[in-house]
Write a protein that binds this ligand. Structure first.
Ligand code: ARG
Length: 495
């Protein structure tokens, strides 16, 4: 502790500006904060990314204060002028962020007061940092959700592009990672499109609850000034589908609620889980044992010792980063569980997990859209460098593991056998094929007829991969005809 701190000799506050945080509430305090406490409690070095939202919120608040006659038109004009200057300073990188001023809110307010004097000090009328920070985070997150929505769309388009080129490509579908039944590669890609479409929907749903205004709740109980909260909400675009102002209806809840951040992180976690599942498949598919696909070299890295290696670092990292985002969800939800109403400083801890979730999700979606679908080549107007599909390797793999055994059972059912009996009969046929080390389709007709007399020559049609695929022509099935219906639906939806 310095001598000044030990003796409580805080530097005298200047009269027209907030130089340090202590001066925001200084008269009551007999000693300044220690450097360690300053560092521990400050958030400016991460929450400064909220600056645009903070300024937008302040301008909307000031506009309303003026309209309600709470501050003068001149003060409003001064605040606008000051904020314009601060905006250009921050954009130019010349704004000096001070740890002493704790957070983005106090930093900007102090600079405003330095620039425009008393008008700057009037900005905080009828407001608290509690409703201010909740508003800022909501505004910022709303913008990020919109960017994420675009990225989710891009990724879906990439998957649909790949699907469109591979409707007739057959790979083994797996259950328990054992060969199950042949499926179209397009069908497999479109399964992920379904997941990401749900993620996009969830994000829109979260957005509705993010886009609600806490400002005007002040510290916790509302304020004595005649604020027009709905006006502020409309200015900030916090409106419902009919243009009605969306305003938090309980001041205690408004300043302390972080459900919106938790919901967002939950939606982001689920989205990352979908990416992670896709990543896992890409990793398996590009292994030497599968060889189903290749991803472009720029998404892989070599090994420092094994010259032959190309490692799928990007999908692996996406799988790893999923753990990190799910961790943030746990962090946020735990952050809230013990908090009494209303605002508590615990809430400052919401920012880093939320920011990191947004950053990780955005980067991951962007990189996957490009890795799967390729990058636009302006010279050709086409996307290039997406995943390369090795159709023969996929078909070869589908020919192993008796992927058409169910088709043989279905064939017998159509001849009148109860399904359970057909299932048992085919089990014997598979056993025989295993003994002969051949596929079911390679068993001679006489051998097949030994399992059931009603088996005829046309059985080979249903034992082929293509016959099996075409036969699954029910809504949502893998038959190319069905896959094309789904492709058209997604194209129209994503247009
Ligand atoms: N930096 C704070 C946060 O992120 C702002 C609100 C502080 N409010 C307070 N009463 N200390 O939550």
């Amino acid at each position: 502790m310095s001598k000044a701190q030990a003796t409580g000799n805080a530097p005298a506050p200047s009269h027209n500006q907030l130089d340090t945080k202590a001066q925001a509430w200084s008269a009551l305090f007999s000693e300044p904060m220690s450097d360690l406490v300053k560092r521990y409690t400050s958030s400016v070095f991460f929450d400064k990314r909220l600056w645009q939202a903070d300024i937008a919120g302040s301008l909307a608040h000031a506009e309303m204060l003026a309209a309600q006659g709470i501050i003068s038109a001149e003060d409003h004009a001064s605040i606008q002028r000051g904020m314009a200057q601060i905006t250009s300073e921050i954009e130019a990188g010349s704004f000096e962020w001070k740890l002493d001023l704790e957070d983005v809110h106090l930093n900007i307010e102090a600079r405003l007061t330095q620039l425009v004097g008393d008008a700057g000090k009037r900005l905080h009328t009828g407001r608290s940092r509690n409703d201010q920070v909740a508003t800022d985070v909501r505004l910022w997150l709303r913008g990020e959700i919109d960017l994420i929505a675009d990225l989710l769309k891009e990724l879906q388009v990439s998957l649909v592009d790949v699907a469109e080129q591979n409707v007739e490509v057959i790979l083994p579908g797996f259950t328990h990672l054992q060969v199950a039944q042949p499926v179209s590669f397009a069908h497999h890609m479109l399964a992920y499109v379904e997941m990401f479409a749900r993620d996009a929907e969830r994000m829109q749903d979260v957005r509705r609850r993010v886009n609600v205004l806490p400002l005007g709740s002040a510290a916790l109980a509302g304020t004595t000034y005649p604020l027009d909260r709905e006006r502020v909400a409309r200015t900030l675009g916090m409106v419902d589908a009919n243009g009605g102002a969306m305003v938090c209806q309980n001041s205690l809840d408004a300043v302390s609620d972080r459900d919106f951040a938790i919901e967002f992180t939950a939606a982001a976690s689920l989205c990352m889980v979908h990416v992670s599942r896709l990543a896992e498949e890409l990793i398996i598919w590009m292994s030497q044992n599968f060889g189903f696909i290749k991803i472009a070299d720029r998404f892989t890295t070599g090994s420092s010792i094994m010259p032959q290696k190309k490692n799928p670092d990007v999908p692996e990292l996406a799988r790893g980063k999923t753990g990190r985002v799910v961790g943030h969800l746990m962090g946020l939800i735990t952050l809230m569980k013990g908090q009494p109403l209303a605002y508590n400083k615990d809430n400052q801890e919401d920012k880093e997990p939320l920011f990191d979730t947004v950053d990780t999700l955005k980067d991951t979606l962007r990189i996957f859209a490009e890795m799967v679908g390729g990058q636009m080549n302006p010279a050709t107007g086409k996307k290039e460098g997406g995943i390369t599909v090795n159709a023969p390797a996929m078909e070869q793999a589908a020919l192993k593991g008796y992927a058409t055994a169910t088709d043989l059972a279905d064939y017998l059912v159509k001849k009148g056998l109860p399904f359970r009996d057909a299932h048992e009969t085919v089990a014997h046929a598979v056993k025989a094929a295993t003994t002969h080390a051949c596929d079911l389709s390679e068993l001679p007709l006489a051998v097949l007829q030994g399992f059931h007399p009603q088996i005829e020559k046309d059985v080979y049609e249903c034992l082929s991969l293509r016959g099996s695929l075409n036969a699954r022509n029910t809504l949502g099935g893998t038959a190319p005809a069905q896959v094309r219906v789904q492709l058209a639906r997604h194209r129209a939806r994503l247009a």
